[in-house]
Write a protein that binds this ligand. Structure first.
Ligand SMILES: [Fe+2]
Length: 137
C-alpha cells in the first residue's frame, strides 16, 4: 500500500490547503517509487529538494491561515513545523550533495510525519475553523 496518495480523510475542509497537501503527498508517492526502483541518486536529491521547498511554502501559507482564523494553538503548530524543517535539514546536511544512504528510512520518516501531522495536528485547526463557522449561524 502506498501512503502517498491523497484521500478524502486528509481533507481539512479548505480547498487551498487540501491542494497543497495533495501536492506534498504526491511528491512522497514519487519519492516512494524512486526508492523502490533504486533510481539514480541525483533524482532522489532533486525530489527531496522539491519536497523541502514546497513544504516551506506550504507551512507559511498554513500558518497565515491559522493566524487569520484566530487559531489558539498556532505557536505549538508552528513549533511542529519548525521541528520538521530542522529534522529534514539535519538529514539533508548529513547527505549533502549525495543521496541518502538509507532512503527508505527517510521515506518512512517523511511518510509517517506527513500523514500523522495532517490527520492529527492539521485536523485540529480544521475542527476549530468548523466550530467558528457554526458559531456564526
Ligand atoms: Fe501543519
Amino acid at each position: 500500500m502506498s501512503f502517498g496518495i491523497w484521500s478524502e480523510k486528509y481533507s481539512v475542509q479548505n480547498v487551498i490547503i487540501d491542494e497543497q497537501h495533495r501536492r506534498l503527498l504526491d511528491i512522497l508517492f514519487r519519492l516512494e517509487r524512486l526508492v523502490n526502483r533504486k533510481s539514480h541518486p541525483d533524482e532522489m536529491v532533486k525530489l527531496l529538494k522539491e519536497m523541502t521547498d514546497y513544504a516551506a511554502e506550504h507551512f507559511k501559507s498554513e500558518e497565515r491561515y491559522m493566524e487569520r482564523i484566530g487559531y489558539p494553538r498556532l505557536s505549538a503548530h508552528q513549533e511542529a513545523h519548525s521541528r520538521y524543517t530542522l529534522e529534514v535539514l539535519k538529514y539533508t546536511l548529513q547527505h549533502l550533495e549525495a543521496a541518502p544512504d538509507n532512503p527508505r528510512e527517510l521515506l518512512n520518516f517523511l511518510t509517517h510525519w506527513w500523514t500523522d501531522h495532517i490527520l492529527k495536528v492539521d485536523m485540529d485547526y480544521s475542527k476549530f475553523a468548523a466550530r467558528q463557522e457554526l458559531s456564526k449561524l
